[in-house]
Design a protein around this ligand. Structure first.
Ligand SMILES: [Ca+2]
Ligand SMILES: [Ca+2]
Ligand SMILES: [Ca+2]
Length: 252
């Protein structure tokens, strides 16, 4: 009897150690990269504060894509979701603080592409001077209006560039939590000095959704929080620990 208690104690100690290691792995951010590819995954992450400032750690759990802007500098775009909103942030290395500098998110809601934009397609535009507009499509061309049901903010200057943050509710872009859905996506910036546009994916055209990339969510946790496999492992270990004395009883 005493021996079985010692064995049980040993099992418990090992289980607690494994669970501790697994918990550490849960809190380590997982980053899905799309390096010049054609897909960006809206991973589940913490809800950011949409104030235009990319704070330390705030977007560490997001997916990222990067593209080159003026003079070979970099723009990094962060993408994530929290089960109810899509969040996007731009960190744009552009030291010339011009009023008309832009960050733009283009979404093909129905993911039906096309050689021209269609009525389901949307544009989310933030200008460096703080003007925020939404673009929709009329007769194959983009028309601007005030934001309808989404928010964004920008930081004028970081020293080396500027930053923008977007919060777009699922209802705005035809996403339902728990249901698989892929949208078309394109990111674009404009630098008023020297008057150049830059974007992702590689062969982007804001007038041609066929050139846009895919925006997806992790599978099978579509647009909802993921249940970490480590949590499943912990549950199995605990179940084994609880079952162990009963198993021993059965065998004695
Ligand atoms: Ca922020
Ligand atoms: Ca500029
Ligand atoms: Ca479309």
């Amino acid at each position: 009897m005493r021996k079985s208690f010692i064995v049980l104690g040993q099992v418990l100690v090992i289980a607690v150690l494994i669970a501790g290691l697994l918990l550490i792995s849960i809190t380590t951010p997982v980053r899905a990269h799309s390096t010049g590819g054609e897909t960006v995954v809206a991973v589940y992450g913490t809800t950011p504060t949409v104030n235009g400032i990319i704070s330390a750690g705030e977007w560490d759990d997001a997916s990222t894509v990067t593209f080159t802007v003026t003079d070979g500098a970099t723009c990094t775009v962060y993408v994530k979701q929290d089960g109810s909103h899509l969040y996007v942030a731009f960190d744009i290395l552009d030291a010339t603080g011009d009023n008309l500098d832009l960050s733009e998110v283009y979404l093909d809601v129905e993911h039906d592409g096309g050689e021209n934009p269609r009525t389901d397609d949307l544009l989310f535009k933030v200008r460096r001077d703080g003007v925020i507009k939404e673009g929709y499509v009329v007769s194959g061309g983009w028309v601007l209006r005030d934001p309808d049901g989404w928010t964004a903010a920008r930081l004028w200057h970081t020293g080396t560039g500027w930053q923008t943050e977007y919060s777009i509710p699922y209802s705005k872009i035809g996403v339902t939590a728990g249901e698989e859905k892929t949208l078309g996506v394109m990111f674009k910036t404009y630098d008023q000095t020297p008057g150049s546009s830059f974007g992702w994916p590689h062969d982007w055209s804001y007038m041609e959704p066929d050139t846009w990339a895919d925006l997806t969510s992790p599978s099978p946790w579509f647009w909802i929080p993921e249940i970490p496999s480590s949590l499943v492992a912990i549950a199995l270990i605990l179940a084994a620990v609880i079952a162990y004395p009963h198993m021993r009883k059965l065998h004695t």
